[in-house]
Design a binder for this molecule. Sequence first.
Ligand code: SF4
Length: 320
Amino acid sequence: MKPKVGIPRALLYYNYFPMWKAYFEELGAEVVLSDLTNKRILNEGVNCCVDDACLPMKVFHGHIIDLKDRADYLFIPRLISVKKNEYICPKFCGLPDMVLNSVKGLPPVIDCTINMRNGSSSFRKAVLEVGKRFTQDYRRIYRAYNKAIAQLRDFESLMEKGATPLEAMKGELPRHEGFKYTVGLIGHPYNIYDNYVSMRIIDKLRARGINVVTQDMVCTRELDKIAGNFTKPMFWSFGKKIMAASQYLIEKRQVRGIIYLVAFGCGLDALVGDLVERRIRRNGLPFCLLTIDEHTGEAGIDTRLEAFIDMLEWRDAAKC
Ligand code: SF4
C-alpha cells in the first residue's frame, strides 16, 4: 500500500502544492489533502493554537487536526528562506515545533529545513533527505525533483496569465473579457486565495464585473526589476513581492484601485501595509485596507467592498 503524505491546504499550499504533489507521487506516495477551510477547521485551529498567533497560523493548525488521522506522514517543512538573500516570516521557521507542541497524536512529521538564503543547495539537500524516507534510489529522487520543478514552473506560468492558484491547479484560465475594469488585490497568498478566510473576495469582485490582478499574476521578472530599485533592499520575500506588485500596478495604471487584505496580528503586514498605502495614496489611486481575523463577519467585509466599488463607479461617473 502506498504511504500517505498529508499536506494541509493552508499557508504555502497556495504557492507550492503542485510541486510537492508531483514530488511525492513520483516517489510512490499518495498525497492526502485537508478539507477546504471551513468553520470547523477554523474553530479547531483557534482552540488549539496559541492565542497571539496570527489568523493564518491558527487556520494551519485546524488543517493539521483535520488531516492527522488520515495520513501516515504530515509534511510541515521548516522554512527559513525561499529565495537567495531573502527571508520569510520567522513563524514559518518554528511551525513544525509549534504544531507538535499544540496538537497531540500526530503521525511522523516531515520537517525538512529549507533555507535558500545562500542559494538553492539547501533545497536540493532537503529534497534528498525527504526522498530517502521513501526510496534509496537516488536517480528516482532526482527524477521526482526535476518533475516537481517543472510542475512548479507550469503552475506559476498559469498564474502569471491571470489564474488564481486554485484555477491553476485545475489547469484553468479565467475569462479576460467582459469586465468593466480591473482592481489590484494584494496580500499574503494564504489570505487572498483561501476562499473561507478571504470570504470569496475574488469571486465577489468578478461577479460585480471587476477583473482582479494579484501579485502572483504579475511577471516575476518585472517584480524583481522594480524591487531592485527600492531605496533599501527588502529582505522579506512576501513583503518585497507585495510592495513591488503595488508599485507595478500604480506605474502601469492597469488598475482603478487597490485592495490590501491583511491578517490581524501580522507584523509584516503592519509595516508593509503602511508603506504600500502611502505609495498608493501619493499616486491618487483609491485604496482599501481590509483586516481579517477569526471574528471578522462576512457582512462587514461585504459592506467595505461595496463601498469601495461604489466609490470607483462614482469616480468614473465624475470623469464623464
Ligand atoms: S507573515 Fe504575517 S500572516 Fe504570515 S505567518 Fe507571518 S505573521 Fe502570520
